[in-house]
Design a protein around this ligand. Structure first.
Ligand code: ATP
Ligand code: MG
Length: 420
């Protein structure tokens, strides 16, 4: 249907102009001009075209060119007064301008020697390049070489899949070649409110069952988890991944229950979400997961704290716990993990105690300090800690609330020590 595709191409160009700033238009125009000068073809592709078709604002700009992108970008950068260019092993050059990413990739094919391992690449035509991609909805290209005659390339049926709101892989080995596509499929499905097509879902489940994710490096898995964490729909993505058995195939005890939806309502942040998946991990499993994904320090802290809290879940459920006992169990634990734990536990008293700590206890501090206690005659060493703890316990109970009362309590302690 050449007329329809011409019409869609023109419409896409219109949407591109309507949804971008003058600065972005200038960048795209400069890239088109440069391709014309170099006798190269230039296409918009991937998420940019998909989002334009869905009337969404593109998050970044993916281009394919049939020329070396390093030379291309070396020529382009000075014209844009942009100097931060990055060149990847996959013949992709990236520049970031005003927080927006512009990727220029050499049209290529990919050969996967082993499942999960990064592919070998070969220069190829743009049409071939579209077949090496993840899903049909990401495999539509808009040729801009002559912007007066924009052209649409849709060899895999992406337009129809976008119209039917379907996520579909392009060949039956896709998830085996690159199992990160399992996580990507769920991410797009939930983000765009699409459905993973039946055949794609069957192949996804087969790939999960065959433990293909274990063939992927921890760094790539962490990167995919990180991308999920950045999504507004992260709660639904986690839940879907958990239900399809994907989380537990990443690590046997990773999980996520319905309660993750309550995090969405309270608008919790990224680290809180990261904590949630460690709810059922033992301390050893947490350590092995942290080292598997090479977790950064802040992730490691919240994952460990979540696992610690899970181990204290029953202890914290005792009605008889005193405020100071709750305080001592929970102090120094990350607020993100405490928040995540509050939503994940089913134990009422545990939840109540966590809330008491978060809302009240953690904000209570004695007015007196160690030096002042020394001046009052409390000997250096463990006595100071004992008195400080008693004062804090009194403050948390509400039996004392002023500095003079704290001093009185210290003096009573000194008296009792003299008697013994
Ligand atoms: P987003 O809106 O999340 O940025 P995107 O579609 O632009 O979505 P990117 O991760 O920026 O996704 O990748 C750009 C394009 O590169 C994708 O649209 C897809 O065509 C291709 N791509 C990315 N990752 C893969 C992969 N693992 N396998 C095959 N193709 C991929
Ligand atoms: Mg993108």
């Amino acid at each position: 249907m050449p007329n329809l595709s011409k019409h869609v191409a023109r419409n896409l160009l219109f949407l591109l102009h309507a949804s971008t700033t003058e600065r972005v238009k200038d960048i795209i125009d400069a890239a088109i001009k440069l391709s014309q000068q170099r006798g190269s073809r230039i296409f918009l592709v991937g998420g940019t075209v998909r989002d334009l078709l869905l009337k969404l604002k593109p998050r970044d700009f993916d281009f394919i060119i049939d020329n070396d992108p390093k030379d291309f970008i070396d020529d382009l950068c000075p014209k844009l007064r942009a100097n931060r260019a990055y060149y990847s092993q996959f013949k992709t050059s990236t520049i970031t301008i005003d927080g927006l990413r512009f990727d220029f990739a050499r049209a290529r094919t990919e050969i996967y020697d082993k499942p999960g391992v990064l592919p070998r690449i070969h220069d190829a035509s743009v049409e071939e390049d579209l077949y090496r991609r993840d899903f049909s909805i990401n495999s539509i290209a808009l040729e801009l070489t002559d912007p007066k005659k924009p052209c649409l390339l849709d060899p895999t049926g992406g337009l129809t899949d976008i119209a039917n709101k379907v996520v579909r892989i392009l060949h039956s080995r896709s998830f085996l070649d690159d199992p990160t596509r399992i996580l990507r499929a769920i991410r797009y499905e939930q983000r765009l409110k699409f459905t993973i097509n039946t055949n794609t879902r069957d192949l996804l489940l087969q790939a999960v069952k065959a433990q293909t994710l274990s063939t992927v490096s921890g760094d790539r898995i962490r990167n995919e988890i990180d991308l999920i964490m950045d999504e507004p729909e992260r709660a639904s993505i986690f839940l879907r991944a958990s239900r399809l058995g994907v989380l537990c195939s990443l690590h046997s005890s990773l999980s996520c229950g319905d309660w993750v939806k309550s995090l969405k309502k309270t608008g919790e942040d990224k680290l809180t979400y990261i904590s949630t998946i460690a709810y059922k991990l033992s301390s050893n499993e947490t350590d092995s997961f942290i080292s598997m994904i090479n977790a950064p320090k802040d992730w490691a802290k919240v994952l460990k704290d979540m696992s610690y809290l899970s181990q204290k879940e029953t202890t914290l459920n005792a009605l008889s716990l005193k405020p100071i006992e709750i305080y001592l169990i929970l102090k120094n634990r990350s607020i993100h993990s405490l928040n995540a734990f509050k939503h994940s536990t089913n134990l009422k008293t545990t939840r109540k105690n966590i809330c008491l700590y978060l809302d009240k206890y953690r904000h209570i501090h004695p007015s007196i300090n160690g030096d002042r206690l020394k001046n009052l005659g409390v000997p250096e060493g463990p006595d100071i800690q004992i008195v400080l703890k008693e004062i804090l316990a009194g403050r948390l109970n509400g039996t004392i609330s002023t500095l003079p009362e704290e001093i009185q309590l210290a003096q009573a302690y000194l008296k009792s020590q003299k008697r013994t």
